[in-house]
Design a protein around this ligand. Structure first.
Ligand SMILES: C[S@@+](CC[C@H](N)C(=O)[O-])C[C@H]1O[C@@H](n2cnc3c(N)ncnc32)[C@H](O)[C@@H]1O
Length: 276
């Protein structure tokens, strides 16, 4: 690569407001197959398309995850959710990545824990297509549809780890997101309803029918949403635990299906035989 090509790209990106122009220029150059590709990619980036969509991949949990245009770009903070899941999974665990987007979470867990049985679901056909490339390589299967609906019925009461990084941005906060998310990621991937927890309510309600006794549901929330998410989990018969990593500004709620159902909703505690 000629030095003045590099310098030209850096100044084009800088003029367009890219903060990490040098790093991005290097990534664009190495991603482009021909100079004509490179010029187009630089223009796309300068017009505000996310770098990950332009080069077609991102680094997540040490893996190269393919990310297609319009598909949610996995956030670095979500590596914490994967890390917590990896502490609980073992070889042979049945894992479902619900609302999988690119499939980054499931792919990362499969790369970390050998021998898991992996299934993933998303409602967006573009995400499903993308996840198939990331997850099939890891031996997983991807289904298209609404939450649990497309999963094989034989997985009921069998899921050991349910990863569910679902949309959790409150509708009113979407307009405050950076334009890269607001414009270039599907609204369906972001919008969690008035308080951001609508999809989580649906997931928590149905999760006990799919989790094995002792199985875990893991979701990500904002720190502010955590108390409400804990209440939602408890009302669904899951035992909630909050995990927080300040460095990544990551909050994960883990809901465990007990052998004995404990309902702590509205302060009441009662026990009965296991669900299902
Ligand atoms: C916040 S993104 C997260 C994607 C991925 N889990 C990650 O962390 O990179 C949420 C994803 O949920 C999907 N989604 C939204 N509603 C859904 C539903 N009812 N059923 C299945 N997937 C849904 C969206 O298409 C999007 O890919």
């Amino acid at each position: 690569m000629e030095m003045n090509t590099y310098q030209h790209i850096v100044s084009r990106l800088r003029d367009a407001g890219c903060v990490f122009a040098e790093d991005e220029a290097r990534m664009l150059i190495s991603a482009a197959k021909e100079s004509v590709d490179l010029a187009g990619m630089v223009e796309q980036r300068a017009l505000g398309y996310p770098l990950e969509h332009v080069i077609g991949w991102m680094a997540f949990y040490g893996l190269r995850i393919e990310v297609d245009p319009g598909v949610f770009i996995p956030r670095p903070r979500t590596e914490f959710l994967v890390r917590r899941a990896a502490e609980m999974a073992k070889s042979g665990s049945i894992v479902v990545d619900l609302c999988c987007g690119s499939g980054a979470l499931g792919a990362a867990l499969a790369a970390t824990i050998e021998g898991i049985e992996l299934y993933a679901v998303d409602i967006d056909p573009a995400a499903v297509q993308c996840a198939r490339r990331n997850i099939t390589a890891a031996g997983g299967e991807v289904f298209e549809g609404d939450l649990f609906e497309p999963l094989p019925a034989r997985l009921r009461n069998k899921v050991d780890i349910l990863l569910a990084n679902v949309p959790y941005v409150p509708t009113g906060a979407i307009e405050l997101l950076p334009s890269e998310a607001r414009i270039h990621e599907a609204r369906l991937a972001l919008d969690g309803g008035v308080d951001g927890l609508d999809v989580q309510r649906r997931v928590a309600l149905e999760a006990p029918q799919w989790l094995a006794p002792g199985g875990h549901l893991l979701v990500e929330v904002s720190e502010r949403q955590a108390p409400q998410a804990v209440e939602i989990f408890a009302c669904s018969g899951l035992i909630p635990t909050v995990s927080r990593l300040d460095d990544l500004d990551a909050t994960v709620i883990i809901g465990t299906r007990p052998g004995l159902t404990r309902n702590v909703c509205s302060g009441s505690v009662w026990e009965k035989d296991s669900l299902g």
